[in-house]
Design a protein around this ligand. Structure first.
Ligand code: NAP
Length: 457
């Protein structure tokens, strides 16, 4: 059984039966059949289906966003934005995929030599709860555009969202089974990976689970893309626009109630401007309104589960005992729900808990550094390598610095964000492979060489 709980109230919304072995087999067989037919559908004919999914998402936006907020606690305005972004992603691929999937002629080869991008098959998507729609639809649009099918094993705390994803795709007219949700627990994942009908795996989630899933996929020799945890640096150099950096930094840390892989987690600030940055950052943090996700005044919702809130609190407490200064917040709010007062920790050093570990919730760590060189050393001194932000007025210098930051993306004078047109992914313990853009689409294609000699009669 799976429990759909409202983390803001603790209320049980629904108890949902998980699939048994026979149910899994039947649904996989249906998905396999649907994918085989879809793979034979010419690329141009797949695109109207992608547009239909975008349309259905927009039409159902209010209801889908309500489910997101209900099951994981984010403010409704953010949930509405999430569904809109999913629709945008489908539109972007509907526009761009035919060209991206077109044959590439290799002009220098002696005869007709080309690279073609064929479907791979069924892609198993093992997904987290933090953006219950975006994480799935980010993967789904390119997977489907490429002629593949998607089998979804979603996080167990968002089963209603998981069901709704399959339903909205069906309502849009996608062939039955092409997007299949399996309501199963984590224990079923390795069996699914090993199933001959699964061609590849895309995983978004924590680094430890990524390791074990990669081992299973490796054993089965299945292609995999891993989008794992992060501890993104947000570097503020002395010449930066401090007011803008602080305002954007607060958004970058506390958006989605701090539960984002690409949230800015470590604010690495040149000491000469640190007092001014910290003052503006703390003032903006205190403006955040923690409350009912369905109250339009709330800018911070509930965290997704009480245990996750408690883990974050332990990280904050440990860092304070290690010498960090708690400037604001840092308290679980009393009463039901998983609410947490947004915390700012100053005078953090790289060896403290909030700097060493990923903090997946509303807690910002400020590390003061001597200069840009030390900022880079601190930024790179982590097992993770997902995103990074760099704030400076000197764009020429920034160009050199961005090359030295170990991350899958660097945003200069902005916050890290995903965009369907740009590749997204990490290095080091943040994973490998890319989603989005042309590279994300080609991850789940068979990049096939076709060499044709002269006709022989
Ligand atoms: P998680 O615990 O790793 O769970 C993610 C998914 O893996 C869920 O569907 C979960 O199912 C499943 N799972 C858990 N244990 C498993 C196991 N032993 N074998 C196979 N599957 C297993 O992560 P989370 O707490 O949901 O998400 C937060 C993490 O995701 C953070 O580390 C965050 O940084 C990362 N994340 C990364 C990105 C990115 O793009 N790089 C984006 C978002 C989040 P159950 O729910 O049934 O356990």
């Amino acid at each position: 059984m799976m429990q759909s709980l409202n983390p803001a109230t603790g209320e049980r919304l629904e108890t949902i039966a998980t699939l048994d072995a026979a149910g899994i087999q039947a649904r996989l067989a249906q998905a396999d059949q649907a994918q085989k037919a879809w793979a034979r559908t010419p690329v141009a004919e797949r695109m109207p289906h992608l547009r239909a999914v975008a349309r259905a998402l927009r039409e159902d936006k209010a209801e889908l966003a309500r489910l997101i907020s209900l099951e994981m606690g984010k403010p409704l305005a953010e949930a509405l934005g999430e569904v809109e972004k999913c629709a945008w992603n489908f539109d972007v691929y509907a526009d761009a995929a035919p060209a991206m999937l077109g044959d590439d002629l290799v002009a220098s080869a002696a005869t007709d030599s080309r690279i073609v991008y064929d479907p791979l098959g069924l892609v198993l998507a093992v997904m987290p709860w933090n953006y219950p729609f975006w994480q799935v639809m980010r993967a789904a649009a390119p997977v489907l555009a490429g002629g593949n099918g998607l089998v979804l094993k979603h996080a167990s705390n968002v089963p209603q969202c998981a069901r709704a994803i399959e339903a909205v795709c069906a309502r849009a007219g996608l062939p039955r089974g092409l997007v299949t949700t399996l309501l199963v627990g984590a224990a079923e994942v390795n069996g699914l990976i090993a199933d001959a009908r699964i061609a590849a795996v895309t995983f978004t989630g924590s680094t430890p689970v990524g390791r074990s899933l990669a081992a299973a996929a490796g054993q089965a020799l299945k292609k995999q893309v891993l989008e794992l945890g992060g501890s993104d640096p947000f570097i503020v150099l002395a010449d930066a626009d401090l007011a803008a950096a602080a305002a954007v930094g607060v958004k970058a840390r506390f958006q989605n109630t701090g539960q984002s892989c690409i949230a800015a987690k470590r604010f690495i600030v040149e000491a000469s401007v640190a007092d001014r940055f910290v003052e503006a950052f703390v003032a903006a943090t205190r403006q955040l309104v923690v409350g009912d996700p369905f109250d339009a005044r709330s800018t911070q919702g509930s965290m997704a589960r009480v245990n996750l809130r408690d883990e974050l609190h332990q990280q904050v407490l440990a860092s304070v005992s290690e010498g960090a200064r708690l400037l604001t917040g840092g308290r679980p709010l009393p009463g039901p729900g998983a609410f947490y007062e947004p915390a700012v920790l100053d005078r953090v050093t790289p060896s403290m808990t909030v700097a060493r570990e990923e903090t997946f919730g509303p807690a910002a760590a400020i590390v003061r550094v001597r200069d840009a060189e030390e900022a880079l050393a601190v930024a790179n001194g982590t097992p993770f390598g997902l995103g990074a932000a760099l704030w400076t007025a000197d764009l020429q210098r920034a160009e050199g610095l961005t090359r030295r930051i170990e991350a899958g993306a660097v945003f200069v004078n902005g916050m890290v964000a995903s965009d369907p047109r740009l590749p997204f992914g990490g290095i080091k313990a943040s994973g490998y492979g890319r989603e989005l853009g042309v590279l994300g689409l080609r991850e789940f294609t068979n990049i096939k060489t076709v060499w044709t000699g002269p006709a022989r009669t």
